[in-house]
Design a binder for this molecule. Structure first.
Ligand SMILES: NC(=O)c1ccc[n+]([C@@H]2O[C@H](COP(=O)([O-])OP(=O)(O)OC[C@H]3O[C@@H](n4cnc5c(N)ncnc54)[C@H](OP(=O)(O)O)[C@@H]3O)[C@@H](O)[C@H]2O)c1
Length: 364
């Protein structure tokens, strides 16, 4: 745990040097006296360059410095967490590491006047679970700037059924609507529809009154997709057609979670002045397109990044997800597991076999 030891050394140094304020010294000294042991998934790198995943006991003393200590009650599994759990250098640089870009829970200690112990919070994105110990542990310590207060209308559990996947789906819809798309405009395509971002996008768009067409590699899950609001299902094979530079214009809007040829095909089949949002790359990072959809149909291609989305917009989107955009039956999307179930589910999501959202109950 070389990295954790370094963190401890830095924390010691900060206490000796007086930290940034007297209040911080008190908090840090109290942390040290009241260290709590907790369970976490820890990914370690072996000497043979393999990555192993174990549930281990850790201490709050191992956590990085930060303004707020949160007891995590729920997290969720995203594709990015699985990449972090297999040593993907594009996600996590240093191991041992606890992944988990998502968390909801209760503030246990705070050195900020803006957040008090006992408040219910959501912490997701920024560096959480990337190179900062994440939500697959029962405690996290983070900067106050990463915290969203749990909005009225959502429980901690609801928030993590959505998680980063649901937030990203909402961001795509928000961008589409700001670009002029509305429910009366015609069909909206969602690709990778049974996945985390895909399934929450299908359900949210249906809730808002859109005609949703779901593209999936799991046509045996058609009933699931219809239950959450899709009106039509198309197969993954039928969603990739690069035979012509422009196809018949069908989509008023697109939420693409897949990238590659499926995104290119979606762009080529978007109708006049339609909007395509792009947030994922499970099907490839290349984009083989041409200028015609843009110069002949005025199609807009909008990128979506949830990780560093500014806090003001983040709070506004969570508020919508808690109110007028709230999915009626979130439980239909939810497969609940404990920390012990993560190992198996990480393998499933890497194989593209996950359906809906995997909710991780940290207190189970
Ligand atoms: N930009 C951002 O801020 C942001 C935020 C969250 C996620 N993402 C990205 O969005 C993507 C989806 O994330 P997620 O957490 O929803 O993952 P997920 O739950 O694994 O969903 C991905 C879905 O894509 C489909 N799929 C899998 N492999 C495929 C392939 N080779 N070709 C075509 N389709 C394939 C599958 O759905 P079907 O079987 O139904 O086709 C799969 O369930 C990932 O690339 C992730 O990194 C980006």
């Amino acid at each position: 745990m070389a990295r954790d030891l370094n963190r401890d050394r830095n924390r010691d140094k900060s206490v000796k040097n007086g930290g940034s304020s007297g209040n911080n010294i008190l908090i840090k000294e109290r942390d040290r006296t009241l260290a709590t042991n907790f369970k976490a998934l820890v990914v370690s790198k072996t000497e043979e360059d393999k990555y192993i995943r174990e549930i281990k006991e850790r201490s709050t003393d191992d956590l990085p410095e930060g303004d707020v200590l949160v007891k995590v009650n729920y997290s969720s599994l995203n594709y990015k967490d699985a990449l972090s759990a297999i040593g993907s250098k594009g996600v996590t640089r240093n191991y041992p590491h606890t992944p988990g870009v998502d968390s909801s829970g209760v503030v246990e200690q705070s050195s900020s006047d803006n957040i008090q112990p006992g408040e219910e919070v959501i912490v997701h994105a920024y560096d959480l679970g990337v190179n900062t110990s994440g939500g697959f542990g029962q405690y996290i310590r983070v900067p106050v700037d990463w915290i969203v207060k749990l909005p009225n209308g959502l429980t901690q559990r609801d928030a993590m059924i959505y998680g980063t996947a649901g937030f990203t789906a909402a961001q795509c819809i928000y961008k589409m609507e700001h670009n002029g798309v509305s429910p009366g405009d015609g069909e909206v395509l969602v690709t990778g529809a049974t996945g985390g971002v895909g399934s929450t996008a299908v359900a949210m768009l249906a809730k808002l009154g859109y005609e949703v067409v779901a593209s999936t590699g799991k046509t045996d899950q058609s009933q699931f997709l219809k239950d959450i609001g899709a009106k039509e299902i198309i197969s993954r094979e039928d969603s990739a057609d690069l035979s012509r530079p422009l196809l018949k214009g069908r989509w008023a809007g697109v939420v693409d979670t897949v990238g590659g040829d499926i995104l290119a095909t979606a762009i080529h089949s978007t109708k006049q002045h339609g909007t395509v949002t792009c947030c994922g790359n499970v099907g490839g990072h290349q984009l083989n397109t041409n200028v015609y959809p843009f110069i002949l149909r005025g199609v807009d291609l909008l990128g979506v990044d949830s990780q560093n989305y500014p806090m003001q917009g983040r709070v506004a989107i969570w508020k919508k997800m808690a109110n007028e955009w709230k999915i009626d039956n979130l439980e239909l999307l939810c497969n609940e597991i404990s920390l012990d179930g993560l190992n198996e589910n990480i393998d499933l999501i890497l194989q593209g076999k996950q359906k809906g959202r995997v909710l991780v109950n940290l207190q189970k």
